[in-house]
Design a binder for this molecule. Structure first.
Ligand code: F6P
Length: 326
């Protein structure tokens, strides 16, 4: 028998659709390998407060299709301090937990990386965030579902925009990154897309809209990433409105509805693969690594790289969006 006999699993940071599918895969892979598994409630908070629940195969029945996370999640300040991490370590030792799977984003992996520099209980990460902004993986859990949610919402906004000849500024999530904005903008045929990765689009917007309206477009949809340097959709609409006096301008901020809902098939399948791979990684004595996906294959990326390096959007897609929106 290897040295991993019992593992814990937690979700941390913003929830994302597909996290439950990953939890299920972690639990069932552990059970398959004869390892005990506990659910840690509310992310790192649960580590610090020893909120551990013994899990069996049936604990994760009927969750693969559910959004949110059955383990609950939190952003935990206390884990950022050495005292907080010491408490977490003592609780893990006391509960005889030999390894932890962390499902979360780069903030969660930063905490896991520091913990693994200080203590010998291995942490392995699974990228879970709708923002898709983690280096070393093409895919993060929840991004596909969130993207489809945005596309559905923008299609609906397009209907009313066309009916009234309106210009809509639609703000989408993504934190500091523009993946949701860029992909949803292409998928909905947006007239312009504002993302943090590109500069100075505001100066071109007038040109873009004028080009489009030479052939009398009945609606204009401008997708704005919440992290854009020009500010959110309200700020940009305010700055632009004098340039577009002929248009009836409206703003729509999609907000947290982007994080909810039943995960897409892609999110369920990929989360299942990553959950399985995370347990395999612990069994292979890995620590301080994230399991990711590149070109459809599972990869291992050190937390050090996943959190430090920047994942850029595909610049050719920015150009594509401009060409197709004319
Ligand atoms: O990281 C996921 C995310 O939904 C971001 O897109 C967004 O900026 C942030 O979380 C919102 O966080 P909160 O739910 O804490 O307001």
């Amino acid at each position: 028998m290897g040295k991993i006999k019992k593992i814990g699993v937690l979700t941390s940071g913003g929830d994302a659709p597909g996290m439950n599918a990953a939890i299920r895969a972690v639990v069932r892979t552990a059970v398959y390998n004869g390892i005990e598994v506990v659910g840690i409630v509310q992310g790192y908070k649960g580590l610090i407060n020893a909120e551990f629940r013994p899990f069996s195969s049936s604990s994760v029945s009927d969750i693969i299709q559910k959004g949110g996370t059955i383990l609950k999640t939190a952003r935990c300040e206390e884990f950022k301090s050495p005292e907080g991490r010491k408490k977490a370590y003592d609780n893990l030792k006391e509960a005889q937990i030999d390894g932890v799977v962390v499902i979360g984003g780069d903030g969660s992996f930063t905490g896991a990386r520091i913990f693994n520099e200080e203590y010998d209980i291995p942490f392995v990460g699974i990228p879970g965030t709708i923002d898709n902004d983690i280096y070393g993986t093409d895919y993060t859990i929840g991004y596909d579902t969130a993207l489809n949610t945005v596309v559905e919402a923008v299609d609906k906004i397009r209907d009313t925009a066309s009916a009234h000849n309106r210009m809509f500024f639609v703000e989408v999530m993504g934190a500091e990154a523009g993946f949701i904005a860029l992909y949803s903008g292409i998928a909905t045929g947006a007239e312009a897309i504002f993302i943090p990765e590109t500069k100075g689009e505001a100066r071109d917007l007038k040109k873009m809209i004028e080009t489009g309206n030479r052939r009398k477009k009945s609606s204009n949809i401008i997708i704005v990433a919440e992290g854009d340097e020009e500010g959110g959709a309200f700020a940009i609409a305010e700055k632009m409105k004098d340039d577009f006096k002929d248009f009836d301008v409206r703003v729509s901020v999609l907000g947290h509805l982007q994080r909810g809902g039943s995960p897409s098939a892609i999110d369920r399948v990929n989360a299942s693969r990553l959950g399985h791979a995370a347990v395999e990684a612990l069994l292979d004595d890995q620590k301080s690594v994230m399991v990711g996906m590149l070109n459809g294959e599972i990869t291992l990326v050190p937390f050090r790289k996943a959190v430090k390096l920047h994942k850029d959007v595909n610049r050719s897609l920015v150009e594509l969006a401009e060409i197709l929106s004319a």
